[in-house]
Ligand binder design. Structure first.
Ligand SMILES: NC(=O)C1=CN([C@@H]2O[C@H](COP(=O)(O)OP(=O)(O)OC[C@H]3O[C@@H](n4cnc5c(N)ncnc54)[C@H](O)[C@@H]3O)[C@@H](O)[C@H]2O)C=CC1
Ligand SMILES: Nc1nc(O)c(N)c(N[C@@H]2O[C@H](COP(=O)(O)O)[C@@H](O)[C@H]2O)n1
Length: 243
């Protein structure tokens, strides 16, 4: 992929107006033809072909932050960097953010190692305030390993919730956020109604009924309008933008 498809760059050039003090949110993920995002038991699958993976890494460069849930962080051990882009072309790297209300992120994960070794930005871990000593011990370990620990400003006793997390990230300077999954995060962000762009990569593979699917509440995406579907390599990219 020499450059991202023009419909995609247009989506990102659009001046989206939002009333709340929160980052503009892009929800994006890759799925199979049968709408699975992972294999049996959550096994990570590389669904995107080479070209659409480069496109995803390009999308990472146009966001201040990139967010995954702790389920994805534990399962995939992602790097959330831009290593598939051509070397020598300067671009910005998003801050990796993990939604991890009980501080379960591994202290030796790639996000923390890359930061410690000077190859990545400091990972941010958003947790939910608690008196639970096990969580507080893990929080301290993560902090001393280099992660920045952030308490969400909204705590309803179960999930800090998407709107609270977005408000907190905004207060820390994040103006654009790419949300990459996994299944629970896709569901949470879609239901929040706080998604401004949706970009789905559809790969020409079938995973089968035991793979991990995702839920998109139909009402939740009513604020978005379809923009275009375009082939990138062997995949198809479907783009939506807020109305
Ligand atoms: N194909 C793709 O593009 C992608 C696939 N995946 C796959 O998804 C799977 C992981 O998905 P899940 O297990 O569902 O984990 P997840 O990554 O969605 O993380 C779940 C965690 O996120 C946090 N969370 C979710 N909603 C929240 C809310 N409203 N407020 C506060 N915290 C919240 C909680 O700590 C929860 O335990 C893996 O198999 C991974 O390979 C993950 C990302 C992208
Ligand atoms: N765009 C896309 N295509 C796929 O096939 C995928 N499996 C994913 N997964 C997401 O990317 C993360 C891995 O990132 P790194 O390669 O380690 O930088 C993974 O955790 C998912 O969030 N995405």
């Amino acid at each position: 992929m020499a450059k991202p498809p023009s419909f995609l760059t247009a989506i990102f050039e659009e001046d989206i107006k939002i009333k709340e003090e929160r980052p503009k949110v892009t929800l994006t993920f890759a799925q199979s033809l049968d709408a699975k995002i992972a294999g049996v038991g959550g096994k990570q699958l590389i669904l995107s072909g080479r070209e659409s993976m480069v496109m995803t890494h390009w999308m990472r460069t146009v966001h201040d932050g990139i967010l995954v849930g702790v389920g994805t962080a534990l399962n995939d051990d992602p790097q959330l960097n831009t290593r598939h882009l051509p070397a020598g072309v300067p671009h910005s790297l998003p801050i990796p953010v993990v939604m991890d209300r009980r501080c379960r992120l591994a202290v030796d994960c790639k996000l923390i190692r890359n930061y410690a070794e000077g190859r990545g930005k400091q990972p941010w871990v958003i947790y939910s305030k608690t008196e639970d000593t096990e969580v507080l011990e893990r929080k301290e370990k993560l902090e001393s390993s280099g992660a920045k620990i952030i308490e969400s400003d909204e705590n309803n006793g179960f999930f800090p919730g998407v709107s609270g997390v977005l408000r907190t990230l905004y207060s820390l300077g994040i103006r654009s956020l790419m949300v990459e999954g996994g299944a629970q995060i896709i569901d949470s962000f879609a239901r929040s109604g706080l998604v401004d762009r949706l970009v789905v990569t559809v790969a020409p593979v079938v995973v089968g009924p035991l793979g991990i699917g995702y839920t998109l509440d139909p009402a939740s995406l009513a604020r978005l309008s379809f923009q275009a579907t375009e082939g990138v390599g062997i995949d198809h990219i479907i783009g939506f933008l807020s109305k």
